[in-house]
Design a protein around this ligand. Structure first.
Ligand code: FMN
Length: 336
């Protein structure tokens, strides 16, 4: 007997797909989503996802082993599609019989979806447009996450509310679709479920849970921040592409603007060529998320956070966050 019957009914398809009690994923967050947070989410009835990020296959192997030692519940692995050793990472997932692999960061390269399905795992993908989503489902993807620009980390240009209206009416009847980006409360979960979503994915709301290994200074920055502090990175010069990332504004993000102006000037003066200039921009944030999450450098590190950060006000165990989300969702659906 569940304490959340109306929510459970609307989450049934998503929960069955994930093998969980609740169709609530904690989206992979590089450096944050390691064994402790992932296991805590899964033990609380949600679906934890290991952020592989730039890990080597050996490190991923160790992380999966360590996570499995902390939970008997299902969890997934998030792989970045442009990782140079993507297929070796898939082989590691196969050895561990990981049940769900999330492919993030771009269109899945040829053969990757097939390689994952070959060992019986389910493939979860992201798609920025409805046409691409349909194509990915035709090519074998088992579920989709639509993620709006309110989210923390790398983002697209369209808000979650608009993506939900565009994607859910066309896809939700036949496919498992999870909605992510800007979800901070259960009432919001209720509304996406009512629109046909099979479940939801949150990152920011879980990043500072007691079980998260993020540095106390990183967590304190989240507790202090309001929605308006979580800003998307700005591109100054059309020649120097910047992939938008939503993070808390700090000294580093201000310096990034100055850096782009400086590099554009060097390009105009012929001091650097286009390749060198673009590399200089790309390298600016190298290692910056680790510096913030692990070392607590909240001045120059990257404080990736979504707009729901204003609803993160204190450290709480994952079970408490989950109970609040589920309780508020249930109350909204029950019209209480
Ligand atoms: C600190 C941080 C790091 C993240 N790192 C990744 C990542 O490595 N891979 C990924 O697919 N998404 C990443 N994300 C996005 C989350 O998985 C999730 O989709 C997003 O946080 C959901 O939106 P929300 O922040 O509004 O809850 C990150 C988000 C945050 C806040």
């Amino acid at each position: 007997m569940t304490a959340y019957p109306k929510t459970a009914a609307l989450m049934a398809r998503g929960a069955e797909f994930l093998g969980t009690e609740h169709a609530v994923l904690c989206g992979a967050m590089s450096w944050v989503s390691e064994r402790n947070l992932v296991a805590a989410i899964s033990n609380a009835g949600g679906f934890g996802v290991i952020a592989c990020g730039a890990m080597t296959p050996e490190l991923l192997d160790a992380e999966i082993t360590a996570t499995a030692a902390l939970t008997k519940k299902p969890f997934g692995v998030n792989l970045i599609t442009m990782h140079p050793r993507l297929f070796d990472l898939i082989a590691v997932c196969a050895r561990h019989k990981v049940g769900h692999v999330v492919l993030a960061g771009g269109i899945p390269p040829k053969g990757s979806v097939e390689a994952i399905k070959a060992f019986g795992a389910k493939v979860i993908v992201f798609a920025p447009t409805l046409a691409l989503a349909k194509k990915l489902f035709r090519s074998g993807a088992d579920a989709l996450v639509i993620e709006g620009s309110e989210a923390g980390g790398h983002i697209g240009p369209v808000s979650t509310s608009v993506l939900a209206q565009e994607f859910l009416p066309s896809l939700a009847a036949d496919h498992v679709v999870f909605v992510a980006g800007g979800i901070g409360r259960g009432e919001m979960i209720a509304s996406y479920l009512e629109m046909g979503a099979s479940g939801v994915q949150l990152g920011t709301r879980f990043a500072c849970a007691s079980e998260s290994i993020a540095h106390p200074a990183f967590k304190a920055a989240f507790f202090r921040a309001n929605a308006r502090d979580a800003v998307a990175s700005v591109q100054i010069d059309p020649r120097l592409p910047v992939i938008p990332v939503r993070a808390l504004r700090n000294k580093g993000s201000d310096e990034f603007i100055a850096k782009q102006i400086e590099v554009a000037r060097k390009l105009d003066e012929g001091v650097v060529d286009m390749g060198e200039a673009q590399l200089e921009i790309e390298h600016f944030w190298a290692g910056a998320l680790r510096r913030a999450v692990i070392d607590g450098d909240v001045e120059s590190g990257s404080l990736m956070a979504g707009q729901s950060v204003g609803m993160v006000t204190r450290e709480e165990p994952v079970t408490a966050i989950m109970a609040e989300l589920m309780g508020d969702c249930e109350a909204a659906l029950a019209g209480r």
